[in-house]
Structures are given as C-alpha cells and as structure tokens.
Design a protein around this ligand. Structure first.
Ligand code: ATP
Length: 308
C-alpha cells in the first residue's frame, strides 16, 4: 500500500513583499524519488528548506508521516538534509567529520556505524586524507553520509550534482538509486530535467515560485515519446480499422477525435489512405517527439507569469 510521507498544503514563503514560493500543494509517497525541477531562482531551495525545517513558512502547512509539522522535533529526526553545501570540517578526515557529528547527536556506538555509512556512500573509513583535499564528488558523498546520520526515512538533496564532473554525476546518481532501493524516500531538486529523469519517479515543476505541474515518470515519458497524433471525425470508427488493417497495438485515445499512435511500423500516408478508403476523414495528422528539456520549457513558457 502506498502511504503519504510528506504532504504540503498551500505552502507560501515571502521575503518582505517578495513572494518566493506561492501556494505549493503536493504529496510525496513513501519509497518515491520525488524530483523538484525549476530554473535558477524558481524557489527550489526555499521550498526544500521549509520542508526540511530550516525555514518557517509564511503560511500553509506541512504534514509529515500524517502529523502536522508543529511536532517539528520528532518529524525532523526522521529526515536527512543536504541543502546547499555540506558543512564540513576541512582539516579533518571523513571519519572524523562524521564522528564529531555523531557525538553531538548523542550517538554512543558510532565506530562501526560510521564505517558502514562511509562504505554505503562509497568512501573509505580508513582513508586519512583531509576533507579539504577531497574532490567535489567526494565532498558531496560525505555530505550525503552526514545527512544519513541517524538513519532517516527521507533524504532531501538540493541540487546534489551541481558543479560535479560527468563521473561524479554518475556516481551520485548510482548512490541515490541505491539508497532508494534500500528503502529511503528521496526528495531531490535540479534545474536539469534530463538528469533528474534518470532517477526520479515523480516530478513537480516549480516555476517562479508556483508548482505548475506534478507528473509521474510514466506520464512524462508518454508525453515526450515519439508518436503520431491523428485527429479524425470519430475515433470509435477509425480505431477498429487501424487495429485490424494496420495491426495497430500501441495507442492512446485522447478524446473522441484525437488518437496518439506509438507503433513505429505505421506511417502517416498509410494511415490517411486507409482511413479515407473507409470513409473516415482525417482532419490532421502530425508527428511529435519532445525532449524532456523541451517539455519543461514548453510548460514553463505556457505559464509565464511573475511573482512579486
Ligand atoms: N533569505 C532570503 N531573503 C530574500 N530573498 C531570498 C532569500 N532566500 C532566497 N531568496 C530569493 O528567493 C528566490 C528563490 O531563491 P531559491 O534559492 O529558493 O531558488 P532556487 O530555485 O533554489 O534557485 P538556485 O538554483 O539559483 O539556488 C530568489 O530570487 C532569491 O534571491
């Protein structure tokens, strides 16, 4: 059974007269990788900071694990955050960074636990290199290990691949997928939909502070998939003809006039000719293929708008 782990209702943040997040509403389900996509300045960090308890909302509610966020302490114990840069002690090793935090969290049996955490994120507990000499990718993995201290149920990652090279990006992606397989619910933000699409199972598009769409991965891929869009007088009459004569199998009826065909063996000319021979008038027939970035741009351009 799916259960809601975080629910955001009417969440709004203003800095003075400026509205940075406006009336955000969405649910995050246990086990999901929830991708928050938005251009620079869209309000992603602000939204994540409110969800992560680092910033109070101006108005609206957040419910965690079916409890209102007024019970902040116990809710946030179950969340791990990596928002902006991880706060690291550059003169210490990865192990010592975690040890200091583990002690401050009151953890007693931390030795084995820290070694396991470091192994989980692909770092070596016996490595004596000071963190100041780490690559960006290693620092980011250590940041994730810090967020995982205390074994949270939800991990919140704000633009975790920013500034990483392609190898670092691939490693963080693998780590995110691995942690999710182990049962963690993950909330991750990015301004690159293509990259987010390699991990996220659901997306919220944030544009100028407003959530303009929440969409599942399957629906997003369907909207971007290569297809023939046919508009006819009556889909119910055209459908059996295409199924029987052209062996059409992969399609979606959009409304009484519109049909999306995903079968790659079919072509426009063939469809028009066949339907005409069965007295079915084709009003229009077009080919579509949308890249993820194109989809994102089209959605945000359509909405436009500006908050102040
Ligand atoms: N503490 C603050 N006081 C005033 N304005 C702020 C504050 N924090 C953020 N903002 C403004 O809110 C807007 C959204 O910022 P935010 O960092 O949430 O966006 P973002 O989508 O995470 O962008 P980026 O990817 O560039 O970090 C920006 O215009 C920013 O200048």
């Amino acid at each position: 059974m799916t259960s809601t782990i975080i629910e955001v209702e009417g969440l709004t943040k203003k800095f003075g007269q400026k509205t940075v997040v406006h009336d955000a509403n969405f649910k995050i389900t246990r086990g999901e990788i929830f991708g928050l996509i938005g251009q620079n300045g869209a309000g992603k960090s602000t939204l994540l900071k409110m969800i992560g308890g680092l910033m109070y909302p101006t108005s609206g509610n957040i419910h965690f694990f079916d409890r209102a966020a007024t019970d902040y302490a116990s809710c946030f114990e179950r969340m791990g955050l990596l928002i902006e840069h991880p706060g690291l002690y550059p003169q210490y090793t990865a192990y010592d960074n975690l040890k200091l935090l583990a002690i401050s969290y009151g953890l007693k049996q931390y030795k084995q636990y820290i070694s396991e955490l470091l192994e989980l994120v692909g770092l070596d507990a016996s490595n004596k290199t000071k963190v100041k000499h780490y690559s960006m990718g290693m620092k980011q993995r250590l940041g994730i290990a810090i967020a995982l201290l205390g074994s949270p149920d939800v991990l919140i990652l704000d633009e975790p691949i920013n500034g990483l090279d392609p190898q670092g990006i691939a490693e963080i992606r693998e780590l995110i997928l691995d942690l999710n397989k182990k049962g963690l619910t993950i909330v991750i933000s990015s301004h690159i939909l293509e990259e987010l699409s390699k991990v996220a199972s659901k997306y919220a598009i944030l544009h100028k502070g407003e959530i303009i769409e929440v969409i599942s991965k399957d629906d997003l891929l369907l909207r971007c998939e290569e297809r023939i869009e046919v508009v006819v007088d009556d889909v119910s009459k055209a459908l059996p003809v295409l199924e029987q004569e052209l062996r059409m199998k992969q399609f979606k009826v959009i409304d009484t006039h519109t049909l999306h065909i995903y079968d790659t063996h079919m072509n426009n000319q063939q469809i028009v000719k066949l339907l005409a021979s069965h007295d079915q008038y084709v009003r229009s027939i077009t080919n579509h293929k949308t890249s993820l970035e194109q989809y994102f741009l089209e959605r945000t351009e359509k909405v436009g708008g500006s908050l102040d």
